[in-house]
Write a protein that binds this ligand. Structure first.
Ligand SMILES: NC(=O)c1ccc[n+]([C@@H]2O[C@H](COP(=O)([O-])OP(=O)(O)OC[C@H]3O[C@@H](n4cnc5c(N)ncnc54)[C@H](OP(=O)(O)O)[C@@H]3O)[C@@H](O)[C@H]2O)c1
Length: 309
């Protein structure tokens, strides 16, 4: 048996896949789920111990801390994976829905990392937050979800700085579209929000609702990926990145994973953001200075990644 790792949201999708990925490699997995049926389904799998845990429920979190402490194997890794999706025009989100997505996607990782910190410090372990490319790219209808993932990005950077001196490393994995239940799970609320849309959004919302009656053809594997021909990836690419963040000697701060089309979109967005920041009469670089700066950063990164000794 190698290391003990707790994964939140392990019932389906990325969390479930990751639980198997780690258990198959002989790690002890505490797979946190909310429903009795999921506890039962996971209980017969070698190296997996299912625990009942809703990341918004402090009592369940405290019970899980006591349980894992008593198991005696410590806790080396915490993967904050549980998350809610959800689309909709800002004005159609209710106060309760807006608070809930932040409660799960942002306060959840914060609560969990705080609760398990003593065990992680004792193990000199790792925290891995499952962010999203939506932590960099934001767009119409994705507002609240991408807000939570931007917040998780900031949380990861600051928490990593706080914990690095104590030998706990914090990373964020930022997937593009991944095959999971997130779309289906978010569907009923999304439909309700689209139905609530008022002018000037009502017509477009009706068109989107009507399009659900004639779902688009599945992605054409021959045609290149595009906004209308998305090609979600296997959760395996997320599991591989999480594994590196948990166990590599030199874990990275960020792991951007997804397709080439998605990667192009993120990098182009970041270049736009760089140029926005540079577009100031007070602080700005010339093109030549920007290129030189990029070379300096690339060199520093290559040196940091090189094997030591
Ligand atoms: N799939 C993608 O395209 C994609 C892309 C980028 C990032 N992500 C991120 O990946 C993570 C996993 O999502 P997924 O795609 O695997 O979706 P998923 O299949 O819908 O899984 C979400 C998991 O989160 C759990 N969950 C929801 N609310 C919870 C709460 N209050 N407490 C504890 N667990 C809760 C769900 O449990 P129940 O089964 O009990 O509801 C489920 O296990 C999320 O953080 C998501 O934002 C996904």
């Amino acid at each position: 048996m190698q290391k003990a790792v707790l994964i939140t949201g392990a019932s389906t999708g990325i969390g479930r896949h990751l639980a198997h990925h780690l258990a198959e490699r002989d790690h002890l997995v505490y797979a946190a789920v909310r429903k009795e049926a999921d506890l039962a389904a996971l209980s017969s799998i070698k190296n997996i111990i299912p625990i009942k845990l809703d990341v918004t429920n402090l009592e369940q979190i405290e019970t899980a801390v006591t349980f894992i402490t008593r198991q005696g194997a410590g806790l080396y890794g915490l993967v904050n994976n549980a998350g809610l999706g959800g689309l909709g025009y800002f004005t159609t989100w209710s106060e309760a829905e807006f608070q809930q997505i932040f409660d799960v996607n942002v306060a959840g990782p914060w609560r969990m990392s705080n609760a398990f910190l003593d065990l992680l410090l004792a193990a000199q372990g790792r925290i891995v937050n499952i962010g999203s490319q939506g932590g960099t790219v934001s767009k119409k209808l994705y507002g609240p979800y991408t807000m939570t993932k931007h917040a998780l990005e900031a949380y990861t950077v600051a928490l990593n700085e706080e914990l690095r001196p104590f030998h706990v490393h914090v990373s964020i994995v930022q997937p593009g579209g991944i095959v999971s239940n997130i779309g289906a799970n978010g569907m009923p609320d999304m439909v309700a929000r689209l139905r609530r849309a008022r002018p000037p959004f009502a017509d477009e919302a009706q068109q989107i609702l009507a399009s659900f009656d004639n779902p688009p053809a599945p992605p054409d594997p021959e045609a290149p990926e595009s906004e209308t021909n998305r090609k979600p990836s296997s959760p395996e690419i997320v599991a591989t990145a999480v594994y590196h963040a948990l166990f590599a000697d030199k874990p990275k701060l960020r792991y951007m994973v997804g397709t080439q089309w998605e990667g192009d979109r993120v990098i182009n967005m970041l270049i736009q953001r760089l140029l926005d920041a540079n577009d100031s009469p007070v602080h700005n670089y010339s093109r030549a200075e920007l290129v030189a700066l990029l070379d300096q950063h690339l060199q520093a990164r290559n040196e940091a990644a090189a094997p030591s000794g």
